[in-house]
Design a protein around this ligand. Structure first.
Ligand SMILES: [Zn+2]
Length: 244
């Protein structure tokens, strides 16, 4: 159940069963001419929201992430790496204060990864919480681009009214095959606008609601299994072992 839907008293009672926090995070950023700016937080929010696991409490979704590299595209919002890392770390610290010290961060946006990894390392080093980044595309074993067939399929499944189907071909034609731009061994694709006109990377026109449904179900099942894995382990067992 969602933490925010509890009263403070009913949450205190729920703590008899709940040992894992689930924190959905994403971004609000361009996803080509065909997908909503909400794509990354929408997907994370829905995956976490679909969990039906008595060990877990789902925290409110963080809808703005690290997206400075998309800023040339209208509507993109962003915070710095440091701000995002700190927001996640302090949110998890406050949850740990109620005794929930194992957390899965359900992430919908690649740009959040470095900050999430640093937050996780600090929280464990300080023995505050074990806070594992969980990226839906890794859980479902997909190598994703950006606003590509995988992300497009997810939104076609979860929120079809938000997909501009008439712009799929344009998204693909004015997009690019792979992330980044290289010249004589140098990586010079600092911003997505450097290498994709439409904002898409991959093959959005190959998306389908059916693929989206499969990926979504797979992701929810993997998250559910990971929550059980966390719930089964005492917090102390998840801390780093001293090596001698
Ligand atoms: Zn995305």
């Amino acid at each position: 159940m969602s933490l925010a839907d509890h009263t403070t008293r009913s949450f205190a009672d729920a703590l008899d069963d709940v040992s894992v926090g689930v924190l959905p995070v994403g971004s609000t950023e361009q996803h080509g001419p065909h997908l909503p700016l909400s794509t990354d937080h929408l997907v994370a929010d829905r995956i976490a929201g679909a969990l039906d696991n008595p060990n877990a409490t789902v925290l409110p979704t963080l809808a703005v992430g690290v997206s400075d590299h998309h800023r040339q595209f209208h509507g993109t919002l962003s915070v710095s790496d440091e701000t995002f890392e700190r927001f996640v770390r302090e949110t998890v610290e406050s949850l740990a204060g109620h005794g929930v010290r194992k957390v899965a961060v359900v992430n919908g946006h690649g740009g959040n990864k470095p900050a999430l990894e640093r937050a996780a390392r600090t929280l464990r080093a300080e023995e505050t919480a074990f806070c594992a980044p969980w990226h839906w595309w890794d859980a479902a074993n997909y190598v994703i681009g950006h606003a590509d067939q995988h992300e497009t399929s997810m939104v076609q499944h979860l929120a079809p009214a938000l997909v501009d189907e008439e712009r799929l071909v344009e998204a693909e034609q004015d997009g690019t095959e792979s992330w980044g731009k290289r010249v004589h061994g140098a990586s010079i694709g600092f911003d997505t606008a450097d290498f994709t006109e439409s904002g898409a990377v991959g093959h959005p026109a190959e998306g389908s609601a059916m693929l989206g449904e499969d990926m979504f179900e797979e992701s929810v099942a993997e998250l559910d299994a990971f929550v059980d894995w966390l719930a089964d382990r005492p917090f102390e067992d998840l801390l780093a072992e001293p090596h001698r």
